[in-house]
Design a protein around this ligand. Structure first.
Ligand code: PMP
Length: 381
C-alpha cells in the first residue's frame, strides 16, 4: 500500500515546493554587486520577522553555530554567565559558556516546566552577570519560557540577554526589541521552512559594543567579523548561496501570509493538537499556559516508541521521541512552518489508529474531533 513520507518532527520541518525550487537558481558570486543588493533586501525581510531594528546576521551553519557564535563573541574567561536551563537546549548554552571559560551559574527547571522567576530575580540582584542565556522555545519539552520578564531584569541590572528562538522564530510572536533581547538566535530548519544549514543572530547596539571590544578566540564564528562584513552586505566567508535564495523565498511566503496570520495559525495548530491529546486520555508534558505553539510533547500509559514506529511504518508520519531522560517516554509532534490543519488532522487520525493497534483504549475519532472543534471554533475558548 502507498505510504507517503510526512515530516512532523520538531525540526527539520517540511519544506514548501516554492522554497525547494528557489534553491535551483543559478549560483552567483557572493562578492558581486548583485549578491550585495539581494542580501540587503533579504536582511530587511528577516528584520520584520525578528521584529527588530537591529541587524540580523546570517551564518552558514546550523542553529548551534549561531548559539556558539553569540556565546564565544561575548564571553571572556572568568566572565559571570547565568544560564536558564529548562531542557536539552538550555543545557547547550551552559555547556558552551563553560567551554569558553565563563563562571556559569545555572538555574534549572524540571523538564516540562518553566524557570522560577523569583529565583532568577534573586540571583541577578545578588550577582553582576555579563550575560544571561535562555531558551524561548524548549524543543525537548514543548515549553515556551517567559522572555519579556528576563528582558526587564536584564535591562534593570545591565546584563546582556541572549535568547535561543531556534524552534519558534517565524512561527511565534517574538518581539526582539520590545523584549529587550540583545542577541536573538534562530535557525533555518524549523518554522522558517528551510532545509538545515543557516542560522541567524540579531545584534543590539549594546551587544555589538561588547563584541567589538572583546578579545574573542573564535574565527569562523566571529560575530565581529560577520557584522563588519554585513555592513557592506557581504559575509566573511563563502555563504550557502542556495540557502540564501531559499530563505528569501520563505520570508516572502511568511510575509505574504502575514505575520499575525502565521502566528495565529501556529497557535491554533498547537491548541488543536493539545486538545486532541487530552481527548485521547494522554498527558501533555507541559501545562497549557506554558505550552509551545510549535511542538507538543505528550506521554501516556502506552509504549510510545511502538506507537512512533507504527506511525512511520503505516502512515509515513515521522514524529519525535524524547531526548536524554525523556527518551522512550514521550512523543513530540512538530507543528511548525509549512504545516496546515489537514496535516494535523491526518497525524491525529493516524495516532488514534496506532494507539488502538498497540492495545490502548481509543474511541476512534475522539482526538480528531477535538482538533476539528478547535479549528471550527477558531480557538480553544
Ligand atoms: N535550540 C533549539 C531550541 C533547537 O530546537 C535546536 C535544534 N533542535 C537547536 C538549538 C540546535 O540547532 P541545530 O541542531 O540546528 O544546531
Amino acid at each position: 500500500m502507498l505510504v507517503k513520507n510526512r515530516l512532523l518532527i520538531p525540526g527539520p520541518s517540511q519544506v514548501p515546493p516554492e522554497v525547494n525550487a528557489a534553491m535551483a537558481r543559478p549560483i552567483i558570486g557572493h562578492r558581486s554587486g548583485d549578491f550585495a543588493k539581494f542580501h540587503e533586501e533579504l536582511a530587511k525581510k528577516l528584520k520584520q520577522i525578528f521584529q527588530t531594528e537591529n541587524e540580523v546576521v546570517i551564518l552558514t551553519g546550523s542553529g548551534t553555530a549561531a548559539m556558539e557564535a553569540s556565546v564565544s563573541s561575548v564571553v571572556n574567561p572568568g566572565d559571570e554567565v547565568l544560564c536558564i536551563v529548562t531542557g536539552k537546549f538550555g543545557e547547550r548554552f551552559a555547556e558552551l559558556a563553560k567551554v569558553y571559560g565563563a563562571n556559569v551559574t545555572v538555574v534549572e527547571a524540571k523538564w516540562g516546566e518553566t524557570y522560577d522567576l523569583d529565583t532568577v530575580t534573586k540571583l541577578i540582584q545578588e550577582k553582576k552577570f555579563k550575560l544571561v542565556c535562555a531558551t524561548h522555545n524548549e524543543t525537548s519539552t514543548g515549553v515556551t519560557n517567559n522572555i519579556p520578564a528576563l528582558g526587564d531584569l536584564c535591562r534593570k541590572y545591565d546584563a546582556l540577554l541572549l535568547v535561543d528562538a531556534v524552534s519558534s522564530m517565524g512561527g511565534m510572536d517574538i518581539k526582539t526589541d520590545e523584549w529587550n533581547v540583545d542577541l536573538m538566535v534562530s535557525g533555518s530548519q524549523k518554522a522558517f521552512m528551510l532545509p538545515p544549514g543557516l542560522s541567524f543572530v540579531s545584534i543590539s547596539p549594546k551587544a555589538l559594543e561588547v563584541i567589538n571590544n572583546n578579545d574573542s578566540t573564535n574565527y569562523y564564528l566571529s560575530l565581529k567579523k560577520a557584522k563588519k562584513s554585513q555592513d557592506k552586505w557581504s559575509t566573511p566567508y563563502t555563504p550557502n548561496v542556495s540557502l540564501f535564495y531559499a530563505l528569501d523565498e520563505a520570508c516572502n511566503m511568511i510575509l505574504k501570509e502575514g505575520l499575525d496570520t502565521v502566528f495565529m495559525r501556529h497557535k491554533l495548530l498547537a491548541e488543536a493538537c493539545q486538545e486532541a491529546v487530552k481527548a485521547l486520555g494522554l498527558n501533555l508534558l507541559a501545562k497549557e499556559e506554558i505550552s509551545s505553539y510549535t511542538v507538543t510533547a505528550f506521554t501516556g500509559n502506552v509504549d510510545t516508541e511502538a506507537v512512533r514506529s507504527l506511525l512511520k511504518k503505516k502512515f509515513g508520519f515521522a514524529v519525535a521521541g524524547g531526548q536524554d531522560s525523556l527518551k522512550g517516554k514521550i512523543i513530540r509532534i512538530g507543528h511548525m512552518g509549512y504545516m496546515d490543519f489537514a496535516d494535523l488532522f491526518g497525524v491525529i487520525a493516524a495516532l488514534e489508529l496506532c494507539l488502538k493497534e498497540v492495545g490502548y483504549p481509543v474511541e476512534l475519532g475522539k482526538g480528531v474531533g477535538a482538533a476539528m472543534d478547535v479549528f471550527y471554533r477558531g480557538g480553544r475558548d
